[in-house]
Design a protein around this ligand. Structure first.
Ligand code: NAP
Length: 237
């Protein structure tokens, strides 16, 4: 049974899908711990939720830093029982492989792949001690269908898919659910202003995706949705 005051950690909650998820889970009654680098943007969530008399807790953190992630996760679990980690923080470059700088590549892999792995690593002992938990990874359709100008991004998402598929087999015995969500085009600031102008009408909204995440977390019974692909009805951009 999932208790209402269960804690949910959401990385990359300062905008887009993570922010929408923070609001949607908070409205559902969960205690939310938001993580991102821009603390001002995390605090803005509370301004926006003020009228609804609900709030989230905010933690500045660069997920690409293992030390930073360890500090934040330790701080959160010291006083709270966490039921779910949503690994959502992510970046991309939309450049051909030839044009990616070493910094572009390092930033993408460190944030999307290593950042998610660090969060899992430091939270896993808490889940094992509590005999249960849920890890939801926001992957991408790019892990299953190839798009040009996304080489480092695709490597990071395929890497996370592989890592967490193995993890799932290791943690079943601890009653831990590992759910990989593969969203298609979603109208967030990950896309350029031009792309959003041209395509936003046929993209999913961050709220659409957030509602699906709540539904996945609340699924009852002796089951885990191991992988789910969600695309705009009109298909890929
Ligand atoms: N939009 C799409 O079409 C789409 C499709 C499939 C999958 N996704 C995935 O969905 C996830 C969310 O992306 P989005 O579309 O919502 O984009 P977004 O609006 O740009 O949000 C990205 C979030 O990641 C955070 N972030 C980036 N680097 C970080 C770091 N080093 N440490 C901590 N937080 C960091 C950002 O916060 P700060 O800048 O404040 O740190 C921001 O909150 C990503 O993993 C993305 O790959 C998106």
């Amino acid at each position: 049974m999932i208790k209402a005051k269960t804690g949910i950690i959401i990385t990359g909650a300062s905008s887009g899908i993570g922010k929408a998820a923070a609001k949607e889970f908070a409205r559902t009654g969960f205690k939310i711990f938001t993580i991102a680098r821009r603390i001002n943007e995390l605090n803005r969530i509370n301004d926006e939720l003020e009228k609804e008399k609900i709030s989230v807790e905010t933690f500045p953190c660069n997920v690409a830093s293992a030390t930073n992630v360890e500090q934040v996760i330790k701080k959160i679990v010291a006083e709270n029982r966490i039921g779910c980690l949503i690994n959502n923080a992510g970046i991309t470059s939309f450049k051909p492989a030839l044009d990616n700088s070493v910094k572009d590549i390092t930033d993408i892999i460190s944030t999307n792949l290593l950042g998610s792995i660090y969060n899992i690593k430091y939270l896993l002992p808490h889940f094992i001690k509590n005999e249960g938990g849920t890890i939801i990874n926001i992957i991408s359709t790019a892990a299953r269908k190839l798009f040009t100008e996304s080489s480092a991004y695709t490597a990071s998402k395929m890497g996370l898919l592989g890592y967490t598929d193995v993890l799932r087999e290791e943690v079943r015995k601890h009653n831990i659910r590992v759910i990989n969500v593969l969203p298609g085009a979603t109208d967030t600031s990950m896309w350029s202003v031009e792309d959003r102008k041209e395509h936003s009408h046929r993209m999913m909204t961050a709220d659409d995706v957030a509602r699906t995440l709540v539904w996945l977390f609340l699924q009852q019974g002796n089951l885990v949705t191991e992988e789910i692909t969600i695309r705009p009805i009109a298909g890929d951009i």
